[in-house]
Design a protein around this ligand. Structure first.
Ligand code: ADP
Ligand code: MG
Length: 593
């Protein structure tokens, strides 16, 4: 406790230049914030071409040129004053014309606070050159330390060029907080990419120290823009999603499959009504849809556009950041999640080049001749999720070899069975609106012997375990009896026929006990995760192992079940289970043409 009275200091109003710098700090945190504000202004001005130049990590120069409507000479100075904006009232936004009472609902332009230019002017030298027509004569205004140092005619075609020099030079704290130029350039690049995806019909060019970083062609197409930003290989690997209609909301875009992943979320782009945004609920549902098909800690590449009525979007303005929320976020997120699941589920993982190294590893020669004879009698395997396939046989007691119009397919038998079991369990997890799993009595009850700590954790999860179709009974002390387990094809078939006799006895029913005891060792964390872990582990432990020779009817049945799952190409851990050796690849490899 400080008891010595602090000497009284007179209350003073901050000099305007100082308060401006404090306010600017909220809007302009780093060079990337300047770039964002300037490009947004250009887009608001209806620009079709925007050129961004950055030098010295943005500290020496940031310049954004556009071919938008321009600023009349008489308004250049005004544009640099606080709370001066042309974007409330009038044509750009519906509603009243008084900025003080203007509702932010339904704001259609990107800027509307009238703070960017004055904030930049408070922390840098700012030059605007602008013309409102193509007469060739525009006007230049330069502000240094808030004072006009140039105000004169200048050559310029229609549009505006804003140059920001010596950023933060007079704000030591901000300057000290900026990172190495390379890091700032990375941030700026990320900002420009987001803007490019938010405005795919504009042509954006990004130059770093006079070198072209990337540019977009204004195609209006998200897949094309992704290609321009991240390279054609990334773009080609993406799958189209939508358009979906959810009430008044429309969603479309491109998403990566399970084979294209990134260590961070930097290439996850969601654009809401032309504004790059992070609608949290929706992103959460997207991630959940990817979870069973991506390895832990990996993230997808995607660009989704959401278009909806302006009154369906809640825009919350904080000083430094802007939060965008959709009123129908849950419903929209659920629809996107469903679409992602369907899209991802229908794609085998393509074989990567160079194939010459990988093909000999298949070892498909031995035994192939014998299998041929048997397979001739088999009809094609027809499923909704896979192309029509003919079973050739088993390779190395672990892979199923199939052929179809599109080439050869190899299926990892263990992972295929895992996928089938996982989906069976997930469909029957007892959640609202889903059928409860049908328990099947075990031929003999299995004994679960738990430690005191396990008993407590197990008890807390008993409801979820029961909902999955397990019947567990206390047997006194720390012992439980497992009397029934969910009906799973290949592991435990229901007498009613929901199992598959062809798969009987393939799987490992001992996996039930192993899994339940193992999970009783874990602290019940977030409920949702625990359930999914249970499903994944249960399917893994119960699935047919590698190294096990399979009878032909079992192979067929496995592929038939697999083709009816939502994701026949990946196991629930996110590993590939299907490999496609395409006809084109074979032609190329053997030089058949
Ligand atoms: P806001 O964008 O919130 O209105 P700014 O400080 O970013 O505030 O810009 C102030 C005003 O300057 C804008 O409302 C607009 O009228 C004008 N302006 C800024 N940049 C441009 C530009 N590139 N083209 C045309 N007008 C611009
Ligand atoms: Mg602005």
């Amino acid at each position: 406790m400080a008891d010595a009275p602090t000497a009284h200091r007179p209350i003073r109003v901050l000099p305007a230049a100082v308060s401006a710098r404090i306010a600017a700090g909220e809007v302009i945190e780093r060079p990337a914030s300047v770039v964002k504000e300037l490009v947004e202004n250009a887009l608001d001005a209806g620009a079709r071409h925007v050129r961004v130049d950055v030098r010295g990590g943005g500290l020496d120069l940031i310049r954004v040129g556009d071919d938008g409507v321009g600023i009349p000479a008489a308004e250049l100075w005004l544009a640099c004053q606080r709370h001066a904006t042309s974007k409330l009232g009038g044509e750009t936004a519906p509603g009243g014309t008084d900025p003080a009472t203007e509702s932010l609902d339904g704001v259609r332009t990107l800027g509307f606070r009238g703070e960017a230019l004055p904030s930049i002017a408070a922390v840098a030298e700012l030059t605007l050159v602008s013309a409102v027509d193509d007469g060739g004569v525009g006007h230049r205004l330069t502000l240094r330390d808030g004072t006009v140092v140039a105000d004169e005619p200048a050559p310029r075609t229609r549009g505006t060029t804003v140059s920001v020099r010596h950023l933060f030079q007079r704000v030591p704290a901000r300057l000290a907080a900026t990172a190495r130029p390379q890091t700032e350039v990375t941030q700026i690049g990320q900002t420009v990419r987001r803007l490019a995806l938010a405005a795919p019909e504009a042509r954006l060019a990004f130059f770093v120290d006079r070198r072209l970083g990337f540019q977009t062609g204004g195609s209006g197409d998200l897949a094309t823009v992704i290609g321009e930003l991240y390279g054609p290989a990334v773009a080609e690997s993406l799958l189209p999603l939508g358009p979906l209609e959810v009430g008044e909301t429309r969603v479309w875009g491109v998403v990566s499959g399970p084979e294209v992943t990134r260590p961070g979320r930097g290439q996850v782009h969601v654009v809401v009504n032309g504004r790059w945004a992070q609608p949290r609920g929706l992103l959460g549902q997207l991630e959940a849809a990817y979870r069973p098909v991506l390895p832990r800690g990996r993230h997808p590449v995607l660009a989704l556009a959401v278009a909806t009525a302006p009154d369906q979007v809640d825009i919350n303005v904080h000083p430094a950041k802007l939060e965008v929320r959709l009123l129908a976020e849950r419903a929209v997120g659920a629809a996107i999640g469903e679409a992602v699941r369907t899209t991802l589920g229908r794609r085998p993982v393509p074989l990567r080049l160079p194939p010459a190294l990988e093909l000999p590893g298949f070892g498909l020669a031995p035994g192939l001749a014998e299998e041929r004879a048997a397979y001739d009698g088999d009809g094609p395997i027809l499923t909704p999720g896979l192309p029509p396939l003919r079973l050739v046989g088993q390779v190395r007691d672990r892979l199923l070899l199939l052929e179809g119009e599109a080439g050869l397919f190899l299926v990892d038998q263990h992972r295929a069975h895992e996928r089938v079991l996982y989906e069976r369990l997930a469909a029957a997890h007892g959640a609202e609106g889903r059928p409860r799993a049908e328990p099947v009595a075990l031929p003999e009850p299995l004994l679960l012997e738990l430690s005191p700590a396990q008993v407590a954790r197990f008890g807390r999860r008993l409801d979820q375990i029961t909902a999955l179709g397990f019947e567990v009974e206390a047997f006194g002390g720390r012992t439980f009896l497992l009397r029934a387990a969910p009906s799973l094809p290949g592991v435990l078939a229901a007498p009613s026929g929901t199992g598959d006799p062809a798969l009987d006895g393939l799987g490992e029913s001992g996996g039930f006990v192993e899994t339940l005891v193992g999970l009783a060792d874990e602290e019940p964390g977030e409920g949702e995760d625990w359930r999914d872990r249970l499903l994944v582990r249960l399917s893994c432990r119960s699935a047919v192992r590698r190294g096990r020779p399979l009878p032909r009817p079992a192979m067929r049945a496995l592929v038939e079940h697999l083709g009816r799952t939502s994701a026949p190409a990946v196991c629930p851990h996110g590993s590939p289970l299907l490999m496609h050796v395409s006809e084109a690849l074979l032609e190329k490899q053997f030089d058949w043409r």
